[in-house]
Design a protein around this ligand. Sequence first.
Ligand code: SF4
Length: 434
Amino acid sequence: MIFSCLTLGCKTNQTETDSLAETLMSHGHEYSPYGGAVNAVIINTCSVTSVSDKKSRAAISRARRDNPGAVIAVHGCMAQAMTEKPPNVDVLGGTGDRSGFIEALERVTATRGARLIIKNGVPGSSRSTVGAVIGRTLQYINSQRFADAQSAPLQKQKTRAFLKVQDGCSNSCSYCIIPSLRGESRSVPLADVVQNAKRFADSGAKEIVLTGIEISAYDGGIAHLAATLAEEFQSIRFRLGSLDSSCVTSEFARILSARKNICPHFHLAVQSGCGKTLAAMNRQTEKAAQAVKLLRSAFDCTLGCDIIVGFPGESEADFLESLDFIENHKFTFTHIFPYSDRPGTAAASMPNKLTNAEKRARARRASELSDRLFAESAAKQIFLDVLFETEKDGESIGHAENYFEVCVKAENLRNEIRRVKILGIRGKTLIGEL
Ligand code: SF4
């Protein structure tokens, strides 16, 4: 089989696509970048917002249109939520049972014409099981051990590798559908994490990003895990994916600030700067301010955050409180998400919904603030150590330890860490010279 992959959503999805592709290649199949002639297209979907659903459906239609004769195999969060198999899909999986999904894909590709659904690990032919397969057992998914070690080949090309260390979530934020799609939080055993980090180190990666659905829930503490890896692989820099503020304690700050190869950039899932809105989101309040204080005292770091605007019941005053929070804590990388209903969540049935126009207006105001804070932080950058990742039109582009994207007029720097003198800014990219 010659296959290509399309991935939507988070870095965790990306690591799962790479892992799946590696397994297929270890079975003798051939990977082809999207656009080449293939027998199968594998689409890893996202369902975090209604926009993600729309994009996932669009990706499926595009893949079918671009590859009329190929097997279209769909998995991931949106697939997990599906109760009906779309007619333009040949193999439908979910967020678990990767080996069952691969087995079905290989069988359908081999016997082109049959259609299969894999939901609870029991493959069956489309003619007999389409109706029967709807519905699946989370216990089955939860019992799945993280069998698939992290992939290396596709990630081999990468200078920055994403290392999945955790899956699922045991929180219950009122707007979020993910726990029902990915199950309870579970951690990749330390031995597997270290083994996978070694695979990336051996394959030349200079930076490893620890990722998952809710890495703050890592058994034993994400700080301990990161410190163990930083100690084990001292020539590699480690970056933490999105964090829940509750895991940022004085011990977190003490352990990680003692390691020079922990990137001084932290992204917090803040969601709102208003206590009333956080309570309605069923999220802990007051944690983020404490986390910012601890991180700023232990690191010369940049901070990022996710903010949802237009949550049901969010008044103008509540919104302004969120803006004040972003402003007061000088976040450099603020990601703004207009609230969107997710059927099946508590928030979806909440009163006092804002109109799309009101949500768009708040998102615009928050983005203007985010852009200004980014520019103010960027203007303070003088010298940065940049890991170069790509090259285009005679320019090399990469990320600094503090996550700024930096561009220099030079070539053949891929996978090198070089000190750069910052000269200016172009959009969201800093311009510098070696
Ligand atoms: S922490 Fe909240 S927002 Fe994040 S995945 Fe879990 S339930 Fe969803």
